[in-house]
Design a binder for this molecule. Structure first.
Ligand code: GLU
Length: 307
């Protein structure tokens, strides 16, 4: 049968430059890379430095150097969100034209006092000007957004009840991650987003924005999050979590085990290219655990398949 599906698969890895690559970052890079490779697609890199206040000097080049040391190969130039403000402004303009936004003068302190994570609508009817010192929020409609995550299954969220009017431009003038990621995924033509489960809850907001901006919705695959023994997400800013390039073969092997793949035990003795070769020819997304949090230690408990 002729394959009539001509859409080129485009995946991406989108690290924030907030520190060095740790095991969790690598797991996300490996899974998104293997999905792109096994779909004959392209794999793009985007440095998500839209929040310049969290950026660590040289973390971007350290991340890219680590990816290079692991022999990842990417398509096109790496893009930086900090250089893409005109695209975010244009998207904001489109939303403004449709009267989907409003300015908000609430401070963090005021919102904390409301004791709810959902914005209570304080500035909804005030018609404040969209200017510095005011955040810009998107009106949240009372609709359910559902999507079928390729790993975590059916997800549904009511935008008004579970998120509320959310921020797309911050009081300090920076664009919010939710808007930037949606604009970039659309403009880069991303067909599938593979990333950690910490963003599972953000996805309905992103789909909502895609619908308002008439963008296509990519497929989503949310990976189990690598957590420490106490169940906390490993952070890029924790310098102890940085991976060592001295044992990259073992780390890549461990990432495959974490992702539920079953590499033969002796593959760990191979060079990085052989490990990639095995991974690309054996990758199975449906083997990835469906748990939201998996302790890093768990990899050691699983005996690799020696057959
Ligand atoms: N920049 C985010 C991070 O480093 C990932 C965002 C995404 O993949 O959408 O955790």
């Amino acid at each position: 049968m002729t394959n009539t599906n001509t859409t080129l698969y485009k995946g991406r890895f989108a690290p924030s430059p907030t520190g060095a690559v740790h095991f969790g970052t690598l797991v996300a890079a490996v899974a998104s890379y293997l999905q792109a490779k096994t779909n004959n697609g392209e794999w793009l890199i985007r440095i998500e430095d839209v929040d310049i206040t969290r950026k660590i000097k040289h973390a971007d080049s350290a991340i890219l150097n680590t990816l290079e040391a692991f022999s990842f190969e990417w398509h096109d130039e790496v893009i930086y969100q900090s250089k893409r403000t005109p695209y975010y402004l244009e998207a904001l303009h489109q939303l403004d034209l449709k009267s989907l936004t409003f300015a908000c003068s609430c401070s963090r302190k005021q919102l904390a006092e409301t004791n709810t994570n959902v914005y209570p609508g304080t500035c909804r009817g005030k018609s404040l000007p969209e200017q510095n010192e005011h955040a810009v929020r998107l009106f949240a409609k009372d609709i359910n957004i559902s999507y079928n995550d390729a790993i975590m299954g059916l997800q549904t969220q009511n935008i008004q009840q579970q998120c509320g009017d959310f921020i797309i431009k911050r009081r300090d003038g920076l664009f919010a991650y939710q808007l930037a990621v949606v604009v970039d995924d659309a403009l880069q033509g991303i067909t599938e987003v593979v990333r950690g489960c910490d963003l599972l809850d953000s996805t309905p907001r992103q789909i909502y924005l895609q619908q308002l901006l008439n963008y296509p919705t990519p497929n989503y695959c949310h990976l189990p999050l690598v957590v420490d023994k106490a169940g906390n997400k490993i952070s890029k800013s924790d310098s102890n979590a940085k991976i060592s390039l001295k044992c990259k073969e073992k780390i890549l092997f461990d990432a495959l085990i974490f992702l539920g793949q079953q590499p033969p035990a002796d593959l760990i003795e191979s060079d990085i290219h052989n490990i990639w070769h095995w991974a690309i020819s054996h990758w199975q997304l449906n083997q990835v655990p469906q748990e939201k949090n998996v302790p890093q230690k768990k990899k050691a408990n699983r005996a690799p398949n020696t057959a």
